[in-house]
Write a protein that binds this ligand. Structure first.
Ligand code: ATP
Ligand code: MG
Length: 355
């Protein structure tokens, strides 16, 4: 009898899921052993994929006593587009989304790429530790290049995972709460840390991914929910817009609602969304709809999403009234990130006999 070999991406995803469960136990036991680095590109409003893929984990880790640093990846906006758009507005919006979700600036450090030069300088030695072939093989870079359409792959998009290694390693981050699309990038960060340590002496940890229960939430069109794909349910949307978007989501022709992600990805994604918002299992949420069909499923998911987001949306409206406070949060965080980055760069220069 032959057994079907699991494809490498699926195998690494399964390993990351098993490891995430172990990490949760270790975090509960000794939160002080971990430092979290995570972040987002200021390319648009945060959505439910962010909330359930990483943001809820950020808040949970912060509340468990883990040190959390959150990057606004502003240099990476231009990896796959020529236009920065309304960057100041996008940065403020990104911070408001996260503060409204429960990240507390007294405990969590927010900073941006462009304000931390020493972080970006780490790119230089790190670029020497990877080959172009390794970068070209990265499945997430390939998918993002394809999503950008006819646009040729930029050098910045190709080297995005190396920049991300600098983001994580500059502060000695060893835990990264991410969605599934980030696993190949994190693997490269581990490779860079290992190669640096072998060549110049032990300096960096090998960070690990922490996956959530929703490592790949789909958008209303059935592909990965992404800011740049126009298929998102944004945290900051109002209830009517959320309802309209869910009404328009892709489903299938089967009347009985079930949770079968492989066979019925779109319906199962809606089921998962409703279940996560209600804090119940996808199976029991699917059973509660039963044979009432896609329209009833969509109505129940809309109610669950809007109810779950109500407190976040209320807090966001309050925070929006004080834009000065958001600027202050970023200024304080940038200062702290600069301290950490300069100390790391000094150690890198010493290790490389450049000082
Ligand atoms: P863009 O389209 O600009 O790349 P995005 O929606 O993919 O935006 P990112 O800023 O690239 O968002 O991702 C930020 C974090 O959110 C990453 O950790 C990523 O894995 C996670 N994430 C993004 N989309 C999803 C999703 N649909 N499901 C689960 N996690 C997600
Ligand atoms: Mg992305």
């Amino acid at each position: 009898m032959t057994t079907l070999a699991l494809d490498p991406a699926e195998a690494s995803f399964q390993r990351a899921q098993t490891r995430s469960a172990e990490l949760d136990t270790e975090i509960a036991r000794s939160p002080e052993r971990f430092r979290v680095l995570t972040g987002d590109r200021p390319t648009g409003p945060l959505h439910l994929g962010h909330l359930f893929g990483t943001l809820a984990n950020r808040v949970r880790l912060q509340d468990a006593g883990v040190e959390v640093l959150v990057l606004v990846a502003d240099y990476q906006v231009i990896a796959d587009r020529d236009d920065l758009g309304d960057l100041p507005g996008a940065v403020t919006g990104l911070l408001l989304d996260q503060l409204a979700a429960g990240l507390d600036p007294d405990r969590t450090t927010f900073f941006r790429h462009s304000a931390v030069p020493a972080l970006n300088q780490l790119m230089l030695p790190f670029l020497s530790l990877v080959t172009v072939a390794e970068l070209q093989r990265n499945p997430t870079v390939k998918a993002e290049a394809e999503a950008a359409g006819a646009r040729p792959l930029s050098g910045l998009l190709l080297t995005y995972p190396v920049h991300q290694a600098a983001d994580i390693l500059f502060c000695g981050g060893n835990l990264v709460p991410v969605g599934r699309d980030q696993l190949p990038h994190l693997e490269l960060t581990r490779t860079i840390a290992r190669r640096f340590n072998q060549r110049y002496g032990q300096l960096f940890p090998e960070p690990e991914a922490l996956l959530s229960q929703a490592p790949l939430l789909l958008g209303t069109d059935g592909t990965k929910m992404s800011k740049s794909r126009g298929n998102t349910l944004a945290l900051r949307d109002d209830e009517d817009r959320t309802a309209a978007l869910i009404r328009g989501a892709t489903t299938d022709a089967e009347r009985t609602i079930s949770y079968q992600p492989d066979r019925r990805p779109e319906v199962s994604n809606l089921v998962l969304l409703g279940a996560l918002c209600r804090g119940e299992s996808p199976e029991s949420f699917a059973d509660s709809i039963g044979g009432r069909g896609a329209a009833a499923l969509k109505a129940a998911v809309t109610e669950a999403v809007n109810e779950h987001l109500r407190p976040l949306r209320r807090r966001r409206a309050e925070l929006t009234a004080d834009p000065g406070a958001v600027r202050e949060v970023l200024a304080l965080g940038n200062a702290r990130a600069n301290e950490l980055a300069e100390a790391t760069l000094d150690r890198v220069r010493v290790a490389m006999q450049m000082s």
